[in-house]
Design a protein around this ligand. Structure first.
Ligand SMILES: [Zn+2]
Length: 207
């Protein structure tokens, strides 16, 4: 009856780090656990979404919305500001009422084409978005090395990131799989490395 799978410190930390960013279903998938077990552990550890909607909105937060509403979904805005989506919606409505111009979100790009250089040879990557602290799926331009999110927002080419990825792949080629070891070797974040490792696996699996 009992399917005991002990929780590691890292897994509990993962819940804490992502409670405001991911759904329980998403976290369950990543941790390869059931929704129920995620729910139970969060209850045991008193891990809750930081419900700081009561907190007064700052000008900085409002500016963030004005600047990014064009590129980010309300869910992404909420995740970044650690507020709920409905609180963000309410704030947008309030600002519009006061005559503040908040641009509508640009429609998703349908034809994968680099908005930067027009190149149509795009690859798929999972990237790390520093702005929202999420790991969205993105296109990757093989010409100008930019990454383009589904929203059309272009992420700047990060030399470090490219090098880091190449380096990670090299290490994986050498059979180094332990995250902690990869962290030591590359200095990259665990989450980034975990995504590279997944990408690597998928690539190798395809051969
Ligand atoms: Zn390009």
């Amino acid at each position: 009856m009992s399917r005991l799978k002990l929780w590691t410190k890292e897994e509990i930390q993962y819940l804490k780090d992502n409670v405001n960013l991911l759904t329980k279903t998403e976290m369950a998938k990543v941790l390869n656990r059931t929704y129920k077990s995620i729910e139970k552990k969060m209850w045991e550890e008193r891990i809750k979404k930081s419900g700081n909607d009561w907190k007064k909105w700052t000008d900085k937060e409002r500016e963030f919305i004005i600047k990014n509403a064009e590129f980010m979904t309300q869910k992404e805005l909420a995740a970044h500001l650690k507020r709920t989506k409905s609180a963000v919606q309410y704030q947008i409505r309030l600002m519009r009422k006061k005559g503040v111009h908040i641009p509508k979100r640009k429609p998703k790009i349908k034809v994968p084409k680099c908005p930067n250089c027009g190149n149509e040879k795009l690859g798929n990557v999972t990237t790390f978005d520093d702005l929202t602290k999420t790991t969205p799926d993105a296109y990757y331009c093989k010409e100008c090395f930019n990454e383009i999110l589904n929203s059309g927002r272009v992420l700047p080419p990060l030399e470090n990131k490219m090098n880091g990825k190449e380096k990670t792949f090299q290490l994986l080629d050498q059979g180094i799989w332990e995250l902690s070891e990869l962290v030591r070797e590359t200095g990259l974040k665990k989450r980034t490395l975990s995504n590279y490792r997944k990408e690597y696996k998928e690539k190798k699996g395809a051969i």
